[in-house]
Design a protein around this ligand. Sequence first.
Ligand code: 16G
Ligand code: ZN
Length: 531
Amino acid sequence: SINVENLSALSAKHPKPSNTFTYGTAGFRMKADLLDSVIFRTGILAALRSKKLDGKVIGCMITASHNPAADNGVKLVDPMGEMLEGSWEAHATALSNAQSDEQLVDYIHSMVNSLKIDLTKPANVILGRDTRPSGEALVNAFVDGLKVLDAKSTDYGILTTPQLHYITRCLNTAGTPEAYGEPSAEGYYKKLASAFKTLVDGKTKLSPLILDCANGVGAPKFQEFLPFLGDSISVKIVNDDIDNAAKLNLNSGADFVKTGQKAPVGLKMTSQDRCASFDGDADRIVYYYQDEDGTFKLLDGDKIAGLAAMFIIDLVKAAGIDSIKVGVVQTAYANGASTQYLRNTLNVPVSCVPTGVKHLHHEALKYDVGVYFEANGHGTVVFSPSALKTIYSAEGSSPAQAVAIRNLRALSEVINQTVGDAFSDLLLVETILTQRQWTPKVWDQAYTDLPNRLVKVVVQDRSIFKTVDAERKLVEPAGLQEAIDAIVLKFRDGRSFVRPSGTEDVVRVYAEAATRSETDELAHRIGGLVY
Ligand code: 16G
Ligand code: ZN
C-alpha cells in the first residue's frame, strides 16, 4: 500500500480549490492558477498507469494548445504515443476531485485493487511543456505527484506536443523491431529531415513558405529544425515572439485562421505567397493563400486529407502494390464537398467518427493506410504493420516502381504516426506540392468548399444534449432533431448538426448549404431552436 504520510506531506503543497474538474477531449485545461492540485494528482495517475503497464514510459504534456496565454493544461500519453486510454480518463477526473487526502488515498487503493496494479513495479514518466510561463511550476507539481509513488521522471523541457508523443514511443520501442527512432528532439529532427530530403530529391524547390507560429513553441522548435532540413526547403517564420507571453495565440495561429477565415496579424501576404499557421503547441496546421482578386483562401484539415489521400493512392499504384487499401477518417465538421470528393472522385472509403483525436486515430488504424484529419487541421496518417511490411519488402519490377516504393517508405517516416503533428504535416504537404510542382491554388482546385458556419450557443445546461451517429444526430432533448431535420430540408445542400462542446461550456451549431446567405440563415434558424 502507499505511504500515506509521504502523500499528505506532498499533497499539502498542492491544496485543491473548490472547483470541479473534468479530464475531457483535451485532457485538463483551464486557467493556469487553478491547475496546481489537478496536475499534482495527474502525476499520481501517471505513476499508476506506468506501474499498471509494467514500467512502460508514460508521457505528460503541459500545454493549453490554442487557448490564451493565461490558460494551461495537462494531457497524458500512452506508451505507443497515443492518447491516454479512454477508461482512465474517469480515474483522472475522480482523483482531481477528491475532497481530502483520505479520499485521495481511498481512490488510489480502489484503483490498485480493481485494476490489479502492482505498486512494487517501477514507474517511468517523461515530461514536456510548451512556452507558457506557468509551465515550469506545473511541471514541479506533477513531479511531486510522481514522488508519491516513487516514479522516475525525465523532464525534456520545452517541446511541441507531437515531439513528446514521438519520444514516448521511441523510448518504449527501443531495441524492438518496431523501434521508432532516437528518443530526443534531435532524433526527431534527423528522422523527419532525412525522409523529407529523400522525398524532394531532384525536384525543383518551391518558393519560400511563410509560416505563422502563433508566438508559441512551434517557433523556437521549427527554428531548431531548419538546420537539419538544410536547403531542401525555404521557410520564413513569422509570429515567433515567445518572450512576450501575452502574444501567444493572439490573433494568430491555426485556430484563429480557421475560425476567422482570415490571415493572422504579422503576416503580409500577396497572391504569390503560400502560407501556413501552427497552433500554440504545434499539433495543428492549416494552409492558406490569397486569390488574384484578394480573396482569402483557406486550405484546412479537410483539404490536407484530400491532398494526402490523393497522393498516397497514386503512389501505391505507381509502386505496383495496390493491395494496400487507403481509407480516410473525418468528423461531422468535415466540409460536405470534401467528403464527396473523397468518395466520388478518389473512390476511397470515408468513415465519420465523433470529435477528438482518439476517435479518429482509433478508426484510422482499421485501414492499411488510414488518413485522418479534423477540419481544424489536426491529423496524420497511420500505416498498419502489414502495410509497412509490404512497403518494406516490395522490390518493384521497374525503375519507376522502385522510386515509388522508396517514396512510400520515406513517407511513412516523414509522417508522425503517433498523433497529428504540424511539423510533419507541413513536410507532407510540401512534399506533395514539390513533387507535383503545384501552387496552393492548384491544390485548392480539387473541390470547392460548401459555405459553412459554426456558431456557439450558451445554454443553461449543455449536458442535456445527447448525440448519436458520430455526433450528427441528437437523441435528447426529445423532438429537437425532428425540428432540425424539418428546417434543413428547406435548404439546398443543407446540412446541420448540434453537439455539446467537450472543451467549453457551450453548444456548437454547424451549418452548411449551397450559398453563403442560405448557410447563415440555416445556422441562425438552428441556433434559434437550441437557445
Ligand atoms: C480538442 C481536441 C480536438 C477537437 C477539439 C474539439 C484532442 C487532442 N484535441 O482540442 O481534436 O477538435 O477538442 O473541441 O483530442 P470541442 O469539443 O469544444 O468542439
Ligand atoms: Zn494543439
